[in-house]
Ligand binder design. Structure first.
Ligand SMILES: *Cc1c(COP(=O)(O)O)cnc(C)c1O
Length: 423
């Protein structure tokens, strides 16, 4: 039975048996007991489903994974310690030294650092493209060692909207995995698998948890990529000596998720904790309601800012004049999310003065939870980047990132209005 997203939000990932707790228990245990040696051996051999050690799987984490996989329409999901660990583990599942990633340049600052500084030290290089570039230009970056094409549905903090179908068709033509970071859209506003993506990544620290309470990340395997016989993905087609000669491409479903868990989670261990999985599972109960409100509030705030004489520019795809308005009509028809960026006229000092004058909206590194907050990326999340890199990432120096919460829109606008008076 396939339910709609609002139903999956409250019912997905956990179905109690008679007499069991209505919501998933927090299974705060590292390990699980078995009476028969063979039962445990079968688990180690992946011949049976079950739990033996919480670094690999835990029932509370599994409930959250099930809910996110169902919301995205994926085959399997893996709960990770954070969004960054989800990204790192996903890359390591397919990339080795000598391989490369072809990535949109409009991405989260942490991901940009991972791709441009940390991974190259391990021999994995990234070639960046402008997400608005024509397909032929992006294709030129691909070679025989390209293992991943990557972009963000709604880019953080440039609010660019990704043309999923354009990238999916390039990826399909060359037999390459197409991975989408869907953090700021969430599966409520966009499901990348329905546009041809093969992997979806989330920082669940944002809207999925929704309350700024729990760090987490999720890797969702679409189960729709033909690994079998694809020479580009040799590691899926040869026996894994560290797993009794298992050939991942031969698995009936979700070979990416199985390889990621069996190798990367096993060896690197950056798994989600049961406590954070519980909070994130619970947070998702209201995800559909919250995304609706985040989107309608942000639309009102964007319209207000766009009409303010002290505002230089506003980026939110709900604005009819926005460069991504058309793409948003296609990919985000039910709402364009709560994230917007804008620039205040004048020098960079004006941004600081504005932010410090806010009373309701707080200054935080975080985004995408119930409470409205602002950040100045050039002096915080993106401060490692040079002026040129900032421009390449689509982050002007005066950019203020505003994460619109679910408060009353009029109160948010009144606060912004008061703070703009002091500029
Ligand atoms: C926050 C964020 C991440 C990183 O997630 P963490 O949970 O903070 O590690 C990755 N991608 C996007 C789009 C994000 O907003």
């Amino acid at each position: 039975m396939s339910y709609r997203k609002d139903t999956i939000c409250v019912q997905g990932g956990y179905r109690p048996a008679s007499g069991e707790s209505r919501i998933p228990p927090i299974v705060q245990s590292t390990t699980y007991v078995y009476e028969k040696t063979q039962d445990m051996a079968d688990l180690f051999d992946l011949k049976a489903d079950g739990y033996f050690y919480s670094r690999l799987e835990n029932p509370t984490v599994a409930a959250f994974e099930g809910k996110v996989a169902a919301l995205e329409g994926g085959a399997a999901a893996i709960g990770c310690a954070s969004g960054m660990s989800a990204l790192t583990l996903a890359v390591f599942t397919v990339c080795e030294a000598g391989d490369n990633i072809v990535s949109s340049s409009a991405i989260y600052g942490g991901t940009f650092n991972l791709f441009s500084v940390t991974l190259p030290k391990l021999g994995i290089k990234t070639r960046f493209f402008d997400p608005d570039a024509p397909a032929e230009e992006i294709e030129k970056l691909i070679d025989g060692r390209t293992k991943l094409i990557f972009g963000e549905t709604i880019a953080n903090p440039s609010i660019k909207i990704l043309d999923h179908e354009k990238l999916a068709s390039i990826a399909r033509k060359h037999g390459i995995l197409f991975a989408v970071d869907n953090t700021l859209a969430t599966s409520i506003l966009c499901t990348p698998f329905s546009w041809g993506a093969n992997l979806v990544l989330h920082s669940s620290s944002k809207y999925l948890d929704g309350h700024a309470a729990a760090l987490g990340g999720v890797i969702v395997d679409g189960g729709n990529f033909p690994f079998k016989g694809n020479a580009r993905y040799a590691s899926f087609n040869v026996p894994d000596e560290s797993y009794h000669g298992l050939v991942y491409a031969d698995l009936p479903s979700a070979p990416f998720a199985v390889k990621c868990r069996a190798q990367m989670i096993r060896d690197m261990g950056a798994i989600m904790s049961p406590q954070n999985a519980f909070l994130s599972w619970l947070g998702c109960d209201t995800l559909a309601l919250r995304m609706e409100r985040h989107s309608s509030n942000a639309k009102k705030v964007a319209a207000y800012l766009a009409g303010h004489p002290k505002i230089d520019w506003v980026w939110h795809a709900s604005l009819p004049g926005n460069k991504y308005h058309k793409l948003a009509e296609k990919y985000l028809p039910d709402g364009q999310g709560g994230m917007l960026s804008f620039g205040i006229r004048g020098d960079v000092a004006q941004s600081a003065r504005f932010m410090e004058a806010l009373r309701l909206v707080t200054q935080e590194t975080h985004v995408a939870d119930a409470r409205s907050c602002v950040l100045h990326p050039a002096s915080t999340t993106h401060r490692q980047l040079t002026k040129e890199e900032l421009a390449e990432a689509g982050v002007p120096e005066n950019l203020v990132r505003l994460s619109v919460g679910i408060e009353d829109a009029d109160d948010i606008i009144a606060d912004l209005d008061g703070a703009l008076r002091s500029v």
